[in-house]
Design a protein around this ligand. Structure first.
Ligand code: ADP
Length: 256
């Protein structure tokens, strides 16, 4: 489990995240929402140990994350960043990168590493893409290849920064359903999403951020009830009950 206690973090000594305290519970999906520049990515990077806290503590399974080696962290936390260069690499070799934290310096894959890669490729429906250069894949296929890498890394905690942005609606649903499956496997997922309806419908908890602060950390229902979402985004939020489906949310711009 990852938890933050009164954490401040930022860049070049300048505080972006201010006094954040939050725990991401095992087997749940938490989505961080907030306007551009509110500090979502910075919070994700801090919680995953990629960015050092300026003050406060980040705990990984009860121990300060600073006391874990980078390999130890990589066996417990995977992080899929928002912007990535697309290297010239086959799908198979990309997914094998997820096994590096288990391989030591030689980076020679063992049977268990090969099996983890095969399983991840199969789970993502990418077996026939194994030899394809990832530069030749569509955005949706490429995202699935990166998720297969995360799956092969086999960590309990998964951080995803804008994993569905720029994907068509079918790929968005496909990725969100994969995320639900990961949760069913007992993984802890923490992600940043821009689509507020998807955030509210797929998450157990929402972390609402504004100007570097966590404003609320609660269930979707509580977040909607509080009306903080409407204040922060300057929108009206209207829950729509769907026949036999979960509640969906429609947003309109506030007039004033
Ligand atoms: P969000 O993910 O909510 O859009 P970010 O965490 O990316 O917000 O950014 C929060 C603030 O931190 C912004 O003002 C941004 O300019 C600043 N920031 C982000 N990354 C860096 C960086 N590498 N160096 C300096 N400032 C940064």
């Amino acid at each position: 489990m990852v938890s933050l206690q009164n954490v401040s973090s930022g860049y070049n000594g300048q505080e972006i995240i201010k006094d954040a305290s939050i725990s991401f519970e095992k087997g749940t999906i938490t989505t961080i929402i907030g306007k551009n520049g509110s500090g979502k990515t910075t919070l994700l990077r801090t919680a995953s140990g990629l960015l050092k806290a300026l003050s406060g503590k980040v705990l990984l399974n009860g121990r300060n994350i600073k006391e874990h080696s980078s390999n130890e962290i990589a066996r417990q936390i995977s992080f899929l960043p928002q912007t990535r260069i697309t290297p010239e690499i086959s799908v198979y070799n990309l997914v094998m990168h997820g096994r590096f934290p288990y391989m030591g310096f030689t980076r020679i894959s063992q049977e268990k590493d090969k099996k983890a890669v095969e399983d991840a490729l199969a789970k993502m429906g990418l077996a026939e893409y194994r030899d394809r250069n990832i530069q030749t894949l569509s955005g949706g296929e490429r995202q699935k290849a990166y998720l297969a890498m995360v799956l092969a890394q086999d960590t309990d905690i998964i951080f995803l920064d804008e994993a569905i942005t720029y994907l068509d609606i079918n790929h968005q649903f496909e990725i969100l359903n994969i995320i639900l499956q990961l949760k069913k496997m007992g993984k802890t997922l923490v992600m940043v999403l821009h689509d507020l309806n998807s955030a509210l419908t797929y998450s157990d908890r929402i972390c609402l951020m504004d100007k570097g602060r966590i404003i609320l950390y609660a269930s979707s229902e509580k977040i909607v009830e509080s009306r903080e979402l409407e204040r922060v985004f300057h929108v009206n939020c209207c829950p729509v009950a769907m026949d036999g489906e979960s509640t969906q949310y429609v947003f309109t711009l506030k007039k004033d």
